[in-house]
Design a protein around this ligand. Structure first.
Ligand code: SF4
Length: 266
């Protein structure tokens, strides 16, 4: 590496550290802000309304599944038929999700208190019609003149103390940064034990997302094929009672079980 490159890299490092410090200090100050009941209640009402509706169609988070787990049939079916609304999620996972939701809500309320965002910036579902894709960033906030997409995660204290990254959260965040067009963001990870937190700032690199964009494009091709030729993508699961099928939200439509193939009326 040449001298100029070295200087550039050092400057980049200093800039990143300064940004990290600013973000951390701003977030710590939020704990001293007065509550903003009006805006916080507005946020909760908006979120409850959003969560009470049935889930349908594609969601950005499911595009990020590993190659082994990703099922085109599941995605295409979700554009035509009703999906299971979380009844198939094991109770242990349900408990974890609920805890994660409350931690997210706490931070969203703090962002509002500190004037970093409004109710409509917290957990709002957005839609990309070209790909039939919904996506829900945890928060879009402003610190100084910069806008950030925020992904909020939590970990048990053992994992938290050992970790120096959050690959799953980072993958999700970068996809949301791409979809929103806001090319700054960070993953905020909270220790469930003592409420300390870490910030991982993301670097925008759309090339990392090629696989997911490609999946979205293929889904559109398969969707059209089903509409025109009634030909559905082949099954990934060999049987309806294996773990992946049991956890799949399109299992009933896929195998014509339970509620079967209930057509969506959108
Ligand atoms: S049950 Fe299996 S094959 Fe059918 S849609 Fe779900 S993941 Fe795909």
């Amino acid at each position: 590496m040449g001298v100029l490159d070295k200087i550039k890299q050092e400057r980049k490092g200093i800039k990143a550290n300064t940004e990290l410090l600013v973000v951390e200090q701003t977030l710590n100050k939020l704990f001293f802000c007065e509550p903003n009941p009006e805006e916080e209640i507005k946020m909760l009402k908006m979120q409850y309304k959003q969560k009470n509706g049935d889930r349908y169609g594609l969601h950005a988070s499911s595009m990020l599944a590993s190659e082994k787990e990703f099922c085109y049939r599941q995605q295409v079916l979700s554009l035509f038929y009703k999906q299971i609304q979380g009844e198939n999620i094991p109770i242990g996972l349900k408990r974890l999700f609920e805890e994660g939701n409350f931690i997210g809500e706490k931070w969203q309320r703090l962002f509002i208190r500190g004037g970093l965002g409004k109710a409509e910036d917290m957990d709002r579902s957005l839609f990309w019609p070209e790909y039939d894709l919904s996506y829900t960033p945890d928060a879009i906030i402003r610190i100084g003149k910069k806008r950030y997409v925020v992904e909020i995660k939590s970990q048990n204290t053992f994992t938290f103390k050992k970790a120096n990254s959050h690959p799953g959260g980072m993958k999700q965040l970068k996809f949301y940064m791409y979809l929103t067009g806001i090319h700054r963001g960070f993953v905020l990870v909270e220790d469930k034990n003592d409420q300390s937190f870490k910030i991982y700032i993301a670097e925008h690199d759309p090339a990392e997302l090629d696989t997911y964009i490609e999946r979205l494009e293929y889904i559109q091709v398969y969707k059209e094929r089903f509409q025109n030729k009634k030909k559905m993508v082949k099954r990934l699961c060999k049987r309806d009672n294996i773990k992946r099928a049991k956890e799949c939200n399109m299992r009933d439509a896929c195998w014509d079980l339970g509620m079967g193939r209930v057509k969506l009326v959108i």
